[in-house]
Ligand binder design. Structure first.
Ligand code: ZN
Length: 200
């Protein structure tokens, strides 16, 4: 998106802002109270607010390559500080880990990246998802790794004591979602049936 397009885009947005003044003023006056922490991929084609038709103030968002949450013992401070703020200060009730089909990060994980790159180091957090997918005998290593990665990152959330505690008390729900770039539809992982089903 070129700069000029963004300039014009802001002019269009400020018109919409005026139309929705009450919403935006409320958010300024009363602060943000999102109920959902969204963990998504940085991919420009997977825009959280678009795909669930959310408004400003609805989602607290962290996006990174391949929607990764390094476990607590990885001592990674960017994602863990977002978790801490969302859970302990905003008291979100839902955490969504949303992966997507055609994820470039996952493809890089499968194909391999130069060992001296930061992307390589980052994707190491998804390494075991690839191994699990390989071991499953799947026809589609890419899709299976994407799915396993979502499950792995959801599991990593529980390495943080304060999340685990709220999860056990049912004060926080963890959702494992997969966005299909071809249809716009989201599938969720059903814990009981151990399978993926469409939301709609
Ligand atoms: Zn991606």
């Amino acid at each position: 998106m070129a700069l000029e397009k963004m300039r014009i885009g802001n002019a269009i947005f400020t018109d919409k802002f005026k139309e929705n003044e009450k919403l935006y003023y409320d958010l300024v006056e009363n602060g943000q109270h999102p109920k959902v922490l969204w963990v998504g991929c940085s991919d420009s084609r997977v825009v959280p607010e678009f795909i669930v038709n959310a408004n400003a103030g609805d989602l607290f968002v962290i996006r990174n390559i391949a929607n990764i949450i390094p476990p607590k013992n990885a001592d990674e401070i960017c994602t863990s500080s977002v978790l801490e703020y969302a859970v302990l200060h905003l008291n979100v009730e839902h955490i969504v880990i949303c992966g997507h089909t055609g994820c470039g990060g996952i493809n890089a994980l499968i194909d391999g990246t130069p060992e001296d790159s930061k992307i390589h180091d980052w994707l190491e957090h998804s390494h075991s998802a690839k191994e699990t997918a390989k071991g499953s005998g799947t026809d589609s290593l890419e899709l299976e790794t994407i799915k396993e990665n979502i499950l792995l990152q959801a599991k990593n959330l529980l390495t943080f004591d304060y999340i685990e505690k709220r999860y056990r008390k049912d004060e926080i729900k963890i959702h494992k979602w997969l966005y299909d770039m071809h249809s716009g539809k989201i599938s969720f992982f059903d814990e009981e049936k151990q399978n993926w089903y469409q939301l709609n």
